[in-house]
Design a protein around this ligand. Structure first.
Ligand SMILES: [Zn+2]
Length: 507
């Protein structure tokens, strides 16, 4: 029997073979099975008996090939059951030669859905398999892979009857109507011009972002809307994102590739496993991987445990999470755009700083958790003020909807991709700082004069200088200029150092 195993996000074809011999009745599984797979013995036995088949009272050896590949989970049950019925001479396997069969068995012989069907089936198709049989509950997901005939089963009994030519397999359910796309939209946010602009720059340049502001300043609302102004995922990214959700068991049931960049906002009390992945059995992708190609919001960032924030560092650098397991490492992609949000102090008085009762020391200590190597990677660092009643109550122009902003973001990204394409970068955030200080990308001295003054005074670090240069390119891209001029550099400096009052005063 042909089946498919999963290591990280990669599927591998697995052959299941069974040998029945004389000897003490027993069922032995070989070929690196994990605990969940070892329990297949009991599930398969009960399912076969309860499906009205005869259990062969022999010594049964089931082998999973290739033996070097670690096998995890319960998706092999159905293939194991068929292989051993065939070994007992009860089932001619010719009708499903070359067909990959997936499914977990319940004790009563029903076939249950399994996690990770999309990447498994995609791997089978890539390996030249043209037909798959999957649990009914996974059929829609499997049909996302083009060029593959997908049939499904609800019970072992149905599959056995099909192989014997007595019954038919099930067709995948019909497609659902296209969903109406409704998500959080920037049009919902009144005021907060500075925050909206910072968000647009973050989207256009792929910059990580942090926001410090009192409760009610709209930090979470802004962050939630970042995916709505990012470009849709291309085919390869959509497949990666959908596969990760499939492995985590959180795929929506509509059987469509996920085209919107995902958004994850793990709570600050979330465990390390929930954040970066882990758990017993198959290591599940954590929030970091579920946000792959999308946005990871760390709300109330200073409340996260230090160890948790530290654990994010390496994945942010490499774009992947490596989870050490007893039977070898599991690796999941984790290329995310980080948004950090924090209150200015532990008391978090919604009325603003002037009512704060925290000592200066407490305030410093609170925000100091945001410093260090993680914050070093964050280009945009802004302060937000609470939205004033006047902004809420006097509707000036209606707030711009996400679609309008997304169009500008797409144009800016296209300009950046054209400029850096030859270097292998797509986004301004990917460009190493020193490159921007060297010809041909070095800006004319008059355009960076204000920054050099700050540098000389010691109010700006060399690293901060590079970050601002990077942001200046995004500001220029958004305005359709070939290269940043002095005003773009000043605007970029606001996104690094300024707060809402500065910008409102200017505009
Ligand atoms: Zn306070």
């Amino acid at each position: 029997m042909l089946c498919i195993g999963l290591v990280g996000v990669e599927g591998h074809l697995v052959e299941v073979e069974a040998d029945l011999s004389l000897g003490l009745p027993a069922l032995v599984l070989t070929g690196l099975p994990d605990a969940a797979l070892n329990e297949a013995r009991d599930r398969v036995r009960a399912a076969i008996v309860n499906s009205g088949q005869r259990w062969p009272n022999r010594r049964i050896t089931v082998n999973l090939l290739p033996a070097t590949l670690p096998k995890q989970g319960s998706g092999f049950d159905l293939a194991i059951a068929c292989a051993l019925l065939a070994g007992a001479g009860e089932l001619p396997l010719a009708p499903i030669q070359g067909v990959a069969v997936l499914g977990e068995l319940g004790l009563d012989g029903t076939v249950r859905p399994v996690r990770g069907v999309l990447p498994m089936v995609a791997a089978a198709a890539a390996a030249g398999v043209t037909q798959v049989v999957v649990p009914q509950g996974n059929a829609r997901e499997a049909t996302m892979v083009p060029g593959l005939t997908v049939r499904s089963v609800d019970s072992l009994h149905r599959l056995v009857a099909f192989i014997r030519g007595e019954s038919e397999l099930l067709d995948p359910p019909p497609d659902l109507p296209d969903p109406v796309m409704t998500g959080p939209d920037l049009a919902d946010i009144a005021g907060q011009d500075f925050g909206r602009y910072a968000l647009e720059v973050a989207a256009a340049g792929g910059h990580h972002m942090s926001m410090i502001g009192p409760p009610g300043a709209g930090k979470t609302m802004l962050a939630e809307r970042l995916p709505s102004i990012l470009p849709e995922l291309d085919d390869a990214s959509a497949l990666e994102v959908t596969a990760l959700q499939s492995i985590a068991g959180v795929l929506p049931p509509d059987g469509r590739l996920i085209r919107r960049p995902p958004f994850q906002a793990p709570h600050h009390s979330a465990s390390l496993a929930a954040l970066i992945g882990g758990g017993s059995g198959i290591a599940r992708p954590g929030a970091l991987s579920l946000a792959h190609r999308g946005v990871l919001l760390l709300d109330e960032a200073p409340e996260f445990a230090n160890a948790t924030l530290q654990a994010l560092r390496q994945p942010l650098e490499s774009g992947r999470v490596i989870l050490g397991r007893a039977r070898g490492n599991t690796e999941y992609p984790a290329r995310v755009q980080v948004v950090m949000a924090a209150n200015p102090c532990p008391c978090a008085n919604p009325a603003g700083d002037q009512y704060c009762q925290c000592s200066a020391l407490a305030r410093r200590r609170y925000l100091s958790k945001l410093s260090g190597p993680l914050l070093d990677r964050i280009d945009i660092q802004i302060k937000l003020q609470p939205v004033r009643a006047i902004e809420l109550m006097t509707p000036s122009a209606p707030a711009e909807p996400s679609a309008t902003v997304a169009a500008r973001v797409a144009d800016a990204r296209a300009a950046a991709a054209a400029r850096w394409g030859a270097y292998g970068w797509r986004l301004n955030a990917e460009v190493p700082g020193p490159e921007l200080r060297r010809p041909p990308w070095r800006l004319a001295p008059k355009n960076t004069a204000s920054l050099r003054v700050r540098l000389d005074r010691g109010t700006l670090s060399a690293r901060g200088f590079d970050r601002i240069l990077r942001l200046a390119w995004t500001v220029a891209d958004l305005d359709g200029r070939d290269s940043p001029r002095g005003s773009d550099v000043n605007e970029a400096a606001q996104l690094r150092l300024g707060d809402a009052h500065d910008r409102q005063a200017r505009s």
